[in-house]
Design a protein around this ligand. Structure first.
Ligand code: NAG
Ligand code: NAG
Ligand code: NAG
Ligand code: NAG
Ligand code: NAG
Ligand code: NAG
Length: 745
């Protein structure tokens, strides 16, 4: 057997000296598949190798496993047995790498980048030539991958999640079966969109992996149009960071930290009340199942911790195939796991799960990915007459071919479907879970590549049946006249209108009577029409943009002004003419005659028309110069009563009451009111002058005088008061209405 190995090595040396052109020496490429020995276990390989007829070419892989050490991820303990299993399985497959077998030299990297560079140096400068380096632990991978590119060496990672390793310009030859930590981000963004959250906050531990992940999350949120409210970082004490979240009204919070820190953060979140129905936390899914249980030194009780973790979401890359499909090794993932447990028991003698247990499927699949890629490369190179074992550290061609093959790799491994992005990152499904009463519920899976989110069960929302809002909801509410009030006052106005119509009929029916004739029937008619106009303006004052279209509101503003002004002019103008004639009669002592009455009627019409014309002139120039617009004003803020059925908000929210009104230029108000005021004052004066006049001709002049007092007093009160109580819509409306109705009475 030794002679075989020696000839073999000699052959290799000759090949390497003579060059790749001679590599197709037939004896070194077996034409048929042969059973191959296990290599890792030296004793078994010895026993098997003696039975092989053909010499098998060794392909050497350098393996760095973080086994012992003081810090970092020491997952080599769990991953090395999985790698051994994979090598055995790969080497026993006749259709894989026929004529070759994979050999791996393990070394302990201690998850130490300094030691890793020394080991890499040793691996490169000590024969045999390694075709690839297998590495775990992020800092070791970044150290060796940065150097290995100088030697055209492909570095393959099985336990390194740092997003920094995705930088192709820094690590052009790096591939990994461990998904990058950023794999959570597309899933999170997808869920934010699914639940219509537009604003999130991030809290993270100041670790390189987490910082890079958070930056990537921020970038992806920005791309999706989601606002990142804040990103707070903490070193070891998260209390200030959590307080900052509470201060900024964060509702949807993504937490990126290790399990120990997660416990502290959630305890602090309990203290800051950042939990319950209006908060959603997103945490990492790879903590132990009972990570939230309090430990010594934590100021929260178990009950408090259970409360605060209730309902949170986790995202996690799937690294153990869940379904019962046969993997590339011919067994299901579950069967593989059983075998792996057996081996662990054999090696360690206990059933304690070593560090790296979770990543073992990734390590197992790493060897398969390497073997399949080398198989493909080998066949491709053979077609071009190049042997894969002719690889040396100056040989860019073979290295490129291996990388191309790795990029094309696709198989079902025990960790799920294995494929890589152009950056060498593992493509994997992510799994979404939710904590409900202390247990994790599987919600669904997300496939980043196909943007395929499939739900297994619906998420549960505390108390409310829908996702909470991502911020304090501001509900705008228009303060309007209540409907019952509106109806009541309109009814009163309607009675007034009917009464006025009745009076018109009464006047008309008894127009022959002297008593009626003596009271200037024409003025009476006009007065009553004015009354009806005033009363019908009540309905206009009660309308608002909830009862009519908001676009028509300005029309409403204008018609209110027009109707009220003209009606007032008709109404008050008619009264005015009465006192005016009373005054004239009292001073001139004219006698009545039929012809006189005609003249008087004409004068009445002329006078009232003049008043109305002035109105029309003022209003027209007003509306042309500065039309009224609808404005809404913010009123006092009130917290919503969550039990208020009228307001369909199921979370804490703020309500902003708004008041709607017609906004008009004050100058025009003054002009209109000034003119009306003058008219009122003059009317008042005439009424006062004729207070004791008793005329046969104008039998109702005293009553008219009384009415004018009433109107003037009411108008003087209404003006200022209505300005003061404008915020109390109901009162305002009532006041205006009563004034109008009372005046008309
Ligand atoms: C190697 O394999 C033999 C039998 O196949 C077994 O008895 C032995 O324990 C193995 N050694 C190691 C180091 O796994
Ligand atoms: C190895 O490569 C050959 C040629 O490309 C292919 O036919 C064979 O199926 C491969 N082996 C495996 C296990 O995929
Ligand atoms: C690495 O492993 C090889 C083979 O097991 C051994 O000869 C070498 O001393 C190891 N190197 C270190 C630095 O441990
Ligand atoms: C990738 O690495 C290069 C240095 O090799 C650095 O300049 C660049 O900023 C890195 N890119 C990213 C996205 O980090
Ligand atoms: C626990 O609470 C006490 C008093 O409330 C405080 O003095 C102590 O520092 C807290 N410990 C931690 C670890 O927060
Ligand atoms: C999405 O994924 C689910 C389960 O992973 C699968 O059943 C379904 O066919 C996928 N849909 C698409 C469109 O890929």
């Amino acid at each position: 057997m030794f002679s075989i190995v020696i000839t073999h090595i000699l052959g290799l040396i000759i090949v390497e000296m003579v060059g790749p052109t001679l590599c197709f020496i037939p004896s070194r490429i077996p034409t048929q598949a042969l059973p191959k020995p296990f290599v890792f276990n030296q004793s078994s390989s010895t026993s098997l190798e003696t039975t092989t007829e053909m010499p098998l070419t060794k392909l050497h892989i350098g393996g760095l496993f973080p086994m012992t050490g003081t810090g970092g991820w020491l997952g080599g303990q769990g991953c090395q047995p999985a790698v051994e299993m994979a090598l055995e399985d790969v080497n026993s497959r006749p259709d894989l790498l026929p004529g070759y077998y994979l050999s791996l030299t393990p070394n302990d990297s201690k998850c130490d980048s300094g030691l890793a560079s020394a080991l890499l140096y040793e691996l490169v400068y000590e024969p045999p030539t390694k075709i690839m380096i297998l590495g775990g632990c992020s800092i070791v991978c970044s150290t060796i991958a940065e150097t290995a590119k100088m030697y055209n060496l492909v570095v393959f990672g099985y336990g390194s999640s740092s997003p920094a390793l995705s930088n192709r310009s820094r690590f052009p030859t790096f591939f990994r079966t461990h998904p990058s930590a950023t794999i959570h981000n597309p899933t999170r963004v997808k869920l934010f969109k699914e639940f219509k959250w537009q604003r999130i906050a991030i809290i993270l531990e100041a670790e390189e992996v987490f910082v890079t992940t958070a930056k990537d999350l921020e970038y992806q949120c920005k791309k999706a149009g989601i606002e990142v409210l804040t990103r707070v970082t903490f070193l070891s004490d998260p209390s200030d960071a959590v307080k900052s979240l509470a201060r900024q009204d964060a509702r949807i919070i993504v937490g990126i930290f290790y399990g120990g820190e997660a416990r502290k953060v959630m305890c602090e979140a309990y203290k800051q009340n950042l939990y319950g129905k209006q908060y959603v936390w997103f945490l990492l899914g790879w903590y132990e199942d009972n990570w939230y249980l309090p430990v010594k030194g934590l100021n929260c009780t178990k009950e408090e911790m259970l409360k605060v973790v209730q309902g949170h979401f986790t995202t996690e890359a799937i690294i153990l195939n869940r379904d019962n499909k046969q993997t590339v090794a011919g067994i299901t993932a579950q069967q593989w796991l059983d075998k792996y447990h057996q081996r662990l028991n054999q090696n360690l003698g206990t059933s304690v799960r070593p560090e790296g247990y979770q990543e073992a499927p990734l390590a197992y699949d790493a060897i398969w990915a390497v073997a399949l890629a080398l198989n493909a490369t080998m066949h491709k190179l053979k077609k071009r007459g190049i042997a894969i074992e002719s690889f040396n550290y100056e040989n860019k061609l073979i290295s490129q071919e291996i990388q191309n093959s790795l990029r094309d790799t696709f198989f079902l491994g025990v960790s799920g479907e294995v494929k890589f992005t152009d950056e060498g990152d593992r493509i994997a499904l992510t799994q979404i879970e939710q904590m409900v009463n202390g247990n994790y519920n599987l919600l669904g899976y997300y496939d980043t590549q196909d943007d395929n989110l499939s739900w297994a069960s619906a998420p549960q929302w505390l108390e409310t049946g829908s996702p909470p809002k991502d911020r304090t909801v501001i509900v705008e509410q228009l303060k309007t006249v209540s409907l019952s009030f509106f109806v009541t006052l309109n009814a009163i106005a309607a009675i007034g209108i009917i009464w006025s119509i009745g009076l018109i009929c009464f006047n008309f029916k008894f127009r022959k009577f002297r008593y009626i004739q003596m009271s200037q029937p024409l003025s009476n008619y006009i007065m009553l029409v004015g009354c009806i106009g005033c009363l019908s303006s009540v309905i206009l004052f009660g309308l608002d943009s909830q009862k009519i279209n908001a676009r028509d509101f300005t029309k409403l503003c204008h018609s209110r002004a027009v109707l009220l002004s003209i009606s007032f002019s008709l109404f008050f103008g008619a009264m005015f003419t009465k006192v005016w004639f009373a005054y004239r009669l009292s001073t001139q002592l004219e006698q009545s005659s039929k012809s006189k009455q005609k003249v008087e009627n004409a004068q009445v019409v002329l006078m009232i028309s003049l008043f109305c014309l002035i109105d029309v002139a003022i209003l027209t120039s007003w509306f042309i110069k500065s039309p009224m617009i609808r404005i809404t004003e913010k009123l006092e803020q009130e917290d919503v009563d969550p039990n208020d059925e009228n307001i369909k908000v199921n979370f804490e929210s703020l309500i902003v009451r708004r008041l709607e009104r017609c906004d008009a230029n004050l100058v025009w108000y003054c002009i209109l009111f000034g003119y009306k005021g003058l008219l009122l004052l003059f009317g008042l004066f005439l009424a006062y002058e004729t207070r004791s006049v008793k005329l046969k001709r104008l039998n109702d002049s005293r009553l008219v005088g009384m009415s004018i007092y009433n109107v003037v007093i009411l108008c003087m009160i209404t003006g200022p008061v209505s300005l003061v109580i404008v915020n109390h819509v109901d009162a305002h409306f009532a006041f205006i209405t009563f004034t109008i109705i009372f005046c008309s009475g």
